[in-house]
Ligand binder design. Sequence first.
Ligand SMILES: C[S@@+](CC[C@H](N)C(=O)[O-])C[C@H]1O[C@@H](n2cnc3c(N)ncnc32)[C@H](O)[C@@H]1O
Length: 307
Amino acid sequence: MPSETLIDPIRTLAALATQKKTKEIDMNMTVLTHPAPDFTTPDFGAIKSKQNAAWSSGDYAKIGVTLQITGEELAEAADPAPGSSVLDVAAGNGNATLAFARRWCEVTSTDYVESLLEGGRKRAEADGLDVAFQIADAEDLPFADASFDLVVSTFGVMFTPNQQKSAAEMIRACRSGGKIAMANWTPDSFIGALFKTLGRHVPPPAGVASPALWGNRDWIEEQFSSDAQDITMKLKSFNFRYRSPAHFIEFFRVFYGPVRKAFIALDKAGQVALYKDILDTVNRFNLATDGSMIAPSEYAEIIVTKR
Ligand SMILES: C[S@@+](CC[C@H](N)C(=O)[O-])C[C@H]1O[C@@H](n2cnc3c(N)ncnc32)[C@H](O)[C@@H]1O
């Protein structure tokens, strides 16, 4: 097994900024090769295990806690009755989970990364909230049909490779008259742009559609309308606030699995190019004028009421 080595971020950022060759840059980087693209049938199982490895690397929990307001706003929009049963799909470390639990819902929090669920468990305990945690693949939910009043996901289910399957699973697990509530980055959002930037340097798996489709109204209607009595979609914005653009890139490179894995997959020159491209992307969105970073990222808050 090749070891995956990330160079020391702070020293490396300084080195990249000045373009100097340093010992840190020369550290033993792993270059992962990419298989020839196959445009026929994507191997969803293989893609999913690679993605699982990405979300398991770094520490997404450090980013998840910064997004808490989006879970709270989704819970308000979904307007759950106290005591409602809620399934949080691809819950990470509990963004939506905690928000619904704070509104007296009976929440089952699921993800396919155990360490993230463990983070959610600790947060629930600290807040005195009673939540059930369970490992689950969003594309194959281990629950009977119509088990939940609400099935929810904040920036989670959108990252599954077999998108039709995970949409069908959310519908199946929700009872008739219940709600499917989601927050999904839109294609033109800052995070949509970040993924496009990553894709220019490390090609995404062949045959897998963009996660940002989940922020597109037509696509959502295609997946959900035959099972829906109503679909509402509201565009909102979340501000990514960091000390500086360099702080954001450093933080995502160390803790955000997809960005971390992209850097690991590149050689030194590739890392420098990716770093510069991400910096350009941040600068396109950044509203701050004091050297810090405030990058608004548009997302769709979607409520589907099941027929
Ligand atoms: C960007 S994070 C969002 C986490 C959380 N919902 C939040 O709002 O902070 C994406 C999450 O999706 C999870 N995920 C991706 N594909 C999954 C799958 N097929 N089954 C279960 N979880 C999945 C990852 O493990 C990760 O926790």
